[in-house]
Design a protein around this ligand. Structure first.
Ligand code: SF4
Length: 88
């Protein structure tokens, strides 16, 4: 999946609503889909090696961190607190 370097995918962004938020570097209000000049990837399931995309249902996938018990995951799900996140 292509990595879009936009605010909604950046650690440098605090959402206000679905479309707007704050640039945490400048404190200015920005659109979530604008390019972030200070982009730093926000951990999300889609960047994790344990994530597998469901090719039949767009926007869905599986977390396979536990091979015996995979569960439904969303590519856009924030993974900041996931202890199994692995993007290396
Ligand atoms: S290990 Fe965590 S970050 Fe990775 S796919 Fe599973 S739930 Fe998402």
């Amino acid at each position: 999946m292509e990595e879009l370097k936009i605010y909604r995918n950046s650690r440098n962004f605090a959402p206000i609503d679905v479309a707007k938020g704050l640039d945490l570097t400048t404190g200015e209000k920005v659109n979530a889909d604008d390019i972030d000049p200070n982009y730093e990837r926000l951990p999300k399931c889609q960047y994790c090696k344990n994530f597998k995309t469901n090719k039949e249902k767009i926007g869905l996938g599986w977390c396979q961190a536990d091979k015996k018990n995979p569960f439904i995951a969303y590519p856009d799900m924030c993974a900041v607190t996931c202890g199994m996140y692995n993007d290396e």
